[in-house]
Design a protein around this ligand. Structure first.
Ligand code: HEM
Length: 293
């Protein structure tokens, strides 16, 4: 979710960090003030009246946070805008953090409560991290790579371009049957160098990108490599080398896009399953704790 999209990214990220710290400290200070005037004890005890009240409130907030799931499944039904849900999800998530910390008396307790606490902290941290990533990655993707291919197609297109590059180099170093001249455009040691470049660097790079560990993944190295080859080949071959460089540049930009795409989505792989596991264990913890209270 983009917050206040007219504001610079730095301000938005700063606002998220300040809101997190501000709300956490604010709620804890309020609770400390309550303890100072004798409303409850300090530090809070999980099983005191105040501790249990914080636990129930924190649990209700967690259940509210989990409404994101049915809300997603029922998209299309009139349940309010996604934006409004996200806003509530974020604010309640931020308020939930100090309430759960107060409930736990800033400790971890036995194995089950400690597991729930660690999962809760991870879910909250991943949520905040994801929100921060959502502020700057989409903008960076649009800015760096306008209108480029989508991440899932990169490898397929890479193979397609590798075929093209292979064919182009072959056309420089061999004579096609229908050609009039009897000599290829590039001959001798330079032809051998081009073939080695095709097989050992360019084709693997276009097929697998940075995984190929090719020098072409680094813009300055690629620039140097292509300039040298362009100057060495006869003028008739230069346009082919320009096209090859274009293909390598495209692959580099796609890899960068795939990297950003990965970062934009991978936090949810933590946030979602951990939140489900945490809610299950939290309900078990609440059931056990309230039974013996
Ligand atoms: C400050 C705390 C939190 C923040 C900033 C936050 C942020 C987010 C964001 C940005 C999304 C939307 C992902 C998307 O773009 O689709 C999301 C989804 C979700 N969050 Fe949180 N969250 C927080 C706390 C929590 C907590 C405490 C829970 C559970 C107890 C939780 C459970 C979920 C679930 C179940 C989803 C739906 C995942 C999906 O779309 O597949 N979140 N959260």
């Amino acid at each position: 979710m983009l917050l206040g999209r007219t504001k610079p990214v730095r301000d938005r990220v700063l606002a998220i960090v300040l809101a997190t710290v501000g709300i956490t400290l604010g709620v804890i200070l309020l609770a400390a003030a309550g303890a100072a005037v004798g409303l409850w004890e300090w530090p809070p005890q999980p099983s005191s009246g105040f501790g249990v009240a914080c636990g129930l409130l924190g649990g209700a907030i967690v259940l509210f946070e989990m409404l994101m799931l049915p809300r997603k499944w029922l998209r299309g039904k009139r349940l309010g805008s996604t934006r409004a849900w996200m806003r509530w999800h974020i604010w309640m998530g931020l308020i939930g953090l100090p309430i759960i910390l107060l409930h736990a008396g800033f400790g971890f307790g036995g194995p089950l409560p400690a597991t729930v606490m660690i999962l809760f902290l991870l879910v909250t941290a991943s949520g905040i991290w994801g929100l921060i990533l959502q502020q700057w990655l989409p903008e960076k993707m649009l800015h760096d790579i306008p209108g480029e291919s989508i991440a899932s197609q990169i490898d397929r297109l890479g193979h397609y371009h590798a075929d093209e590059a292979g064919r182009l180099i072959t056309s420089l170093v061999t004579v096609p049957p229908e050609a009039e001249s009897s000599e290829p455009v590039v001959v001798g040691p330079l032809a051998a160098e081009l073939i080695a470049f095709r097989d050992q660097e360019l084709v693997p790079y276009l097929q697998s990108g940075s995984y190929s560990r090719s020098l072409l993944a680094t813009p300055s190295d690629a620039q140097q490599r292509f300039s040298r080859l362009r100057e060495a080949v006869p003028p008739a071959a230069r346009s082919v080398l320009e096209r090859l460089q274009e293909l390598a540049d495209l692959r580099r930009r796609w890899d960068e896009q795939a990297r950003l795409h990965f970062w934009l989505h991978n936090w949810l792989l933590l946030h979602l399953p951990l939140s489900v596991a945490m809610t299950g264990l939290m309900l078990l913890h609440a059931y056990r704790a309230l039974k013996f209270w």
